[in-house]
Design a protein around this ligand. Structure first.
Ligand code: NAI
Ligand SMILES: N[C@@H](CC=O)C(=O)O
Ligand code: NA
Length: 440
C-alpha cells in the first residue's frame, strides 16, 4: 500500500520531535498502522533550520496554505500554536477534506466546537492526543478506555512548566525566574509563558477533558483560572508542615447545588495530602486522576511536555487516522467521546457555588483574643476547622501567622468569612486562601 502523505505545519519543539520519532521508528509504526506514514511537506518560518532537520527528501515551504491545499496530502499536522492562523489553517484543511492532528489546546479550548462541527460535516477526523498532558494517552483513556463509566471527576497536574517550577523552587531553593528560564530552555513552556504561569494552559487542557468526561461542549470562558504567580514560599512551607503539598491542579467534577446538577471547572494552586500519589508527581511530569463509577479511581502518569513525549501522542493520532480513515464517520470514535447529537447542556457552576476545603493564613497582631475572634467568625459561618498551625512568636514579636485548614464549605461562605476576618483590627493585610482537595 502507498504511504499516507502528511503535511506538517511548524517545525519547532514538537514538530521536530515528531519528524525525529517518525524517522527513528518509521518501520515499526508502519507495521502497526498498516501503511507507511510519510511527511512529504513541511511549512516553516526558517527554511535553513528546517533543512538541517528534515534533509532533502521533504519539500520545505514557507506558506502553510500550500500544505492545507495540497491534493496529495491526506493529513495536516498543525504544530504552530496560537489561535488565529492555526484556526484558519485547520478550518481550511477540513474544508479541503483533510484529517487534522493538532497539539494546540488553546485552539481547541476556544474554537473546538466550531472545528469539531466542521470536521463532522466534512467526515474528517481532528485528533488531539498531544494537546492534553503531552505524552500521556489521556484522551484515549477518557474517550475509549473508560467509555463504560459514568465519570465523576477528573483532577490533574496538567502543566509541566508550573509543576517543574514548584518542584525546583521547593527542592533546590531556586528563585522563580531562574527555574522558568530552565523550563523554557528545556522546551516545556508555551511561547508566552504567562499561559503556563497563570494557569491558562492548564485550563485549556481541563476544558477539553471536561467536555469529553461529561459530554458537554468546550467552554473555556466559564473556567475559573488562577495560576502560581501569587503563591508565596511561606505557604508552601506551612503546607508541608501540615502534611500537604501545593500543586497547580485542574479539577472538573459533577456537583449538585440546590438540587440542580452542575459541573465544576477550575484551575488553581491546591493543597493535596502528601501521602497521595499525585502529590508526589514532580518536575515536568503530569498526572491525571479520574474517578469513575465502574472502575473507581485510576491515575495516568507521564511526561506532559517536551519534544519526544509530545511527538509520541502526535504520531499515535497519525496511526489512528491511518487505521480509521476509511471507516464511516458515524462508526468512528466521536471527537468529544459522546455522539454530537447526544451532548448535554449541564451548566458549568460559578466559582461561588463550588464546595471544597481551604487553607487560610492570617497575619495577626500578637494580642490576646485574636484566635477567639477568628474561630467565632468561622463558627458563625458554619465552617469547621480541621487543623491549626500557630507558630510560637519569637520573643518580642508583635505579629505572627495563624494557619488554619477548614473542612468543606461553599466558596461563597469562605469568601464572606474572609471579608469579616480582614475587618478585624488585629488582622494585618489580606488573608491568604488556598483551596485544598483530599482526593480520596
Ligand atoms: N512544547 C511542548 O512540550 C508542548 C507543546 N504543545 C503545543 O504544541 C504546539 C507547538 O508547540 P512547540 O513546538 O513547543 O512550539 P515552538 O514555538 O517550538 O514551535 C512552533 C513553530 O511553528 C513555527 N510557526 C509559527 N507560525 C508559523 C506559520 N504560520 N507557518 C509555519 N511555521 C510557523 C515557528 O516558527 C516555530 O518554529 C503548541 O500548540 C503547543 O501548545 C503541546 C504539548 C506539549
Ligand atoms: N507548556 C506546556 C506544554 C505542554 O502542554 C506545559 O508546560 O505543560
Ligand atoms: Na495526551
Amino acid at each position: 500500500m502507498k504511504p499516507i502523505k502528511v503535511g506538517l505545519i511548524g517545525l519547532g519543539v514538537v514538530g521536530a520531535g515528531t519528524y525525529t520519532v517518525l524517522q527513528r521508528n518509521g518501520e515499526e509504526i508502519r507495521r502497526r498502522a498498516g501503511r507507511a506514514i510519510e511527511i512529504s511537506m513541511v511549512a516553516v518560518r526558517n527554511t535553513a533550520r528546517a533543512e538541517a532537520i528534515v534533509g532533502a527528501g521533504v519539500e520545505i515551504v514557507t506558506d502553510a496554505n500550500l500544505v492545507v491545499n495540497h491534493p496529495d496530502i491526506e493529513i495536516v499536522v498543525e504544530l504552530i500554536g496560537g489561535c488565529d492562523t492555526a484556526r484558519e489553517l485547520v478550518l481550511k484543511a477540513i474544508a479541503n477534506g483533510k484529517h487534522v492532528v493538532t497539539a494546540n489546546k488553546a485552539l481547541l479550548a476556544l474554537h473546538g466546537n466550531e472545528i469539531f462541527a466542521a470536521a463532522q460535516e466534512k467526515g474528517v477526523m481532528v485528533a488531539f492526543e498531544a494537546a492534553v498532558a503531552g505524552g500521556i494517552p489521556i484522551i484515549k483513556a477518557l474517550r475509549e478506555g473508560l467509555t463504560a463509566n459514568r465519570i465523576e471527576s477528573v483532577a490533574g497536574i496538567i502543566n509541566g512548566t508550573t509543576n517543574f517550577i514548584l518542584s525546583e523552587m521547593r527542592d533546590k531553593g531556586l528563585d522563580f525566574e531562574t527555574v522558568l528560564k530552565q523550563a523554557q530552555a528545556l522546551g516545556y513552556a508555551e511561547a508566552d509563558p504567562t499561559f503556563d504561569i497563570e494557569g491558562i494552559d492548564a485550563a485549556h487542557k481541563l476544558t477539553i477533558m471536561s467536555a469529553i468526561a461529561f459530554g458537554i461542549p468546550v467552554q473555556f470562558g466559564k473556567a475559573y483560572v488562577e495560576g502560581i504567580s501569587k503563591l508565596q514560599a511561606v505557604d508552601i512551607r506551612y503546607a508541608e508542615q501540615l502534611g500537604y503539598r501545593i500543586k497547580l491542579l485542574g479539577i472538573t467534577r459533577r456537583a449538585v447545588v440546590n438540587g440542580v446538577e452542575g459541573i465544576e471547572l477550575r484551575v488553581h494552586p491546591t493543597l493535596i495530602p502528601t501521602k497521595r500519589l499525585i502529590a508526589n508527581v514532580e518536575g515536568a511530569m503530569n498526572a491525571v486522576l479520574v474517578q469513575a463509577d465502574a472502575v473507581g479511581a485510576s491515575l495516568y502518569y507521564g511526561k506532559g511536555a517536551g519534544a519526544e513525549p509530545t511527538a509520541s501522542s502526535v504520531i499515535a493520532d497519525l496511526v489512528d487516522i491511518t487505521r480509521l480513515a476509511t471507516a464511516d464517520p458515524g462508526n468512528r470514535v466521536p471527537h468529544l467521546a459522546f455522539q454530537p447529537n447526544q451532548m448535554t447542556d449541564v451548566a458549568i457552576l460559578p466559582m461561588d457555588e463550588i464546595t471544597t476545603s481551604y487553607y487560610l493564613r492570617v497575619y495577626v497582631k500578637n494580642r490576646l483574643g485574636v484566635m477567639a475572634d477568628l474561630t467565632r467568625i468561622l463558627a458563625d459561618a458554619r465552617i469547621s476547622i480541621d487543623a491549626v498551625l500557630q507558630k510560637e512568636p519569637a520573643e518580642n514579636a508583635t505579629r505572627l501567622d495563624i494557619v488554619m485548614l477548614t473542612h468543606q464549605t461553599q466558596e461563597k461562605n469562605i469568601n464572606d468569612a474572609i471579608a469579616k476576618i480582614e475587618q478585624l483590627a488585629t488582622v494585618v493585610g489580606q488573608v491568604v486562601r488556598i483551596r485544598l482537595e483530599s482526593l480520596s
